[in-house]
Design a protein. Structure first.
Length: 171
């Protein structure tokens, strides 16, 4: 890999970074990672929240695998707007150029479509730790984005939780 490159991308070619937001902890970690990359490469961040057109898609995107879903399309839109506003505020407070958009459809398909339309140079996406059965049955949005994306994809995995014993250790 050349000096000044990132996964085959030259540093100066990372102008636009697309970051899908879904409210999960790994989504917020992806935003932080994108902010750091954007600062180093003078990039713009485009945040997006996809309102699934299928209630089942929204149900499976959440980290909480509860047996009951009580959520309307309006509630999903409001949640998306709230998450985008919060993320946009964080990115702009870090001094990075940013914008946000809410869209509708199948999350992975819409993310890859937006990346094409925006001529994104990189997608930074979080990968939540959904249960094995849910991932086996329905797949993962991040996995599907990696397969379909028109540009490199950086998948930010959820950080393992430290237990109390590890936090106090300094050795």
């Amino acid at each position: 890999m050349e000096v000044g490159s990132f996964g085959g991308l030259r540093s100066e070619s990372i102008r636009k970074i697309l970051v899908p937001v879904d409210g999960s902890s790994c989504s917020f970690e992806a935003i932080e990672y994108a902010i750091n990359l954007a600062a180093k490469h003078n990039s713009e961040i485009c945040l997006t929240f996809i309102v699934p057109t299928s209630v089942w898609n929204y149900y499976l995107m959440t980290e909480d695998w509860s047996p009951v879903l009580v959520c309307t399309m309006k509630e999903m839109e409001e949640e998306g707007e709230r998450l985008l506003l919060s993320a946009l505020t964080s990115v702009k407070e870090a001094g990075t150029r940013a914008r946000a958009q809410l869209d509708y459809g199948h999350p992975a398909d819409k993310i890859t479509q937006i990346a094409k339309e925006e001529n994104s140079d990189l997608i930074v996406i979080g990968r939540s730790s959904r249960g094995f059965i849910a991932r086996w049955l329905y797949g993962s949005v991040s996995d599907e984005v990696v397969r379909k994306a028109p540009c490199p994809v950086l998948v930010v995995k959820e950080r393992p939780q430290k237990n109390k014993h590890e936090e106090g250790c300094t050795t």
